[in-house]
Ligand binder design. Structure first.
Ligand code: FES
Length: 308
């Protein structure tokens, strides 16, 4: 892609001055107006003066462009505040099969510390970790979401106003992109993608375990079972629609014809990738809902309705 280099300094334009080359861009620009009744042409002058070459006004848009960044701020704030509260509450994240069935909140799985409630913990656990196990369980999935290409766009626009929307002036006078610390760490996304696949497997096992029913038969389906199944399914959809996944499937190839399997995978990943934004929001909402559901059942607010 070619980028046109704009001069850094702008000087006030002179009305009527002819515009030529880069100098014209630095002062503004002029153009030949339509001929008047006498067949004469005159020059119209337009000044560029806003942030980084934009107009002096913040935006010329008249639509409700601010709704998307505002909704992003509200939704992400609610999710972050809720998840922080849930993790530090450090209780009601597991319903054991002895009394009901295995339901564990996705915010606490895998539960790998000695402080996990009995039954929630796997074979491997850390004895020296004293605070909420949810903090450990959220490091990789949290980093995967924070570095996600789509979420980056959403929170750069919503929280940092950088820029808030297309055709709206950036909230910052300078732009350094993601070339410096700490934003350069966003490039780790592809590695978090791989690590997050491990978590997808674990949460899928959690969903399978939620079919286990104590007593006769040992198998059953409840609303909680379905909640964990839907949660696991959306986590796979989220990973499958990831840009890093699409690149892993079809990137670095000169000819798809020589790699038919990767071509098919790339086409499937491309279909999901086109809906990555929608899947990202849905999956995030379902994770929060699954935690809330397990929390309400575990705290006795209601019992998990049995379907089969
Ligand atoms: Fe969003 Fe990878 S780009 S998860």
């Amino acid at each position: 892609m070619m980028h046109r280099q704009l001069p850094k300094r702008r000087r006030p334009g002179r009305p009527g001055a002819a515009a030529t080359g880069a100098g014209a861009l630095s002062e503004g620009w002029s153009r030949r107006a339509p001929a008047d009744e006498g067949g004469r042409h005159r020059r119209e002058h337009h000044s560029l003066g806003g942030v980084r070459g934009g107009p002096e006004v913040r935006t010329l848009r008249r639509d409700t462009w601010w709704r998307t960044p505002a909704a992003t701020v509200v939704f992400l704030t609610v999710i972050v505040v809720y998840a922080t509260w849930a993790v530090f509450q450090n209780a009601y994240y597991y319903v054991g099969a002895a009394s009901h069935r295995d339901l564990i909140s996705p915010l606490f799985s895998p539960c790998i510390t000695a402080s996990c409630v009995p039954g929630a913990r796997g074979g491997f656990f850390l004895t020296w970790w004293r605070i909420s196990p949810g903090i450990l369980a959220l490091i990789v999935p949290g980093a995967f979401r924070v570095t996600c290409y789509y979420y980056r766009k959403a929170y750069y626009r919503g929280f940092w106003q950088s820029p808030p929307a297309c055709g709206v002036a950036d909230g910052h006078p300078r732009y350094t992109g993601e070339t410096r610390f700490p934003l350069v760490l966003q490039n780790l996304h592809r590695y978090f993608f791989v690590l997050a696949l491990i978590f997808n497997v674990i949460l899928t096992i959690d969903a399978v375990m939620a079919f286990r029913l104590p007593g006769e038969g040992g198998f059953g389906i409840s609303v909680g079972t379905l909640v964990l199944v839907v949660n696991a399914a959306f986590l796979w959809l989220y990973s499958g629609s990831c840009h890093a996944c699409r690149h892993l499937c079809g990137g670095n190839l000169d000819r798809f014809s020589e790699h038919p399997v990767r071509h098919r995978l790339w086409k499937a990943a491309s279909v999901l990738n086109a809906r990555h934004m929608q899947i990202a929001w849905a999956s995030l909402a379902i994770v929060a809902f699954a935690d809330l559901y397990v929390r309400l059942v575990a705290s006795g607010v209601f019992s998990d309705p049995k379907i089969i």
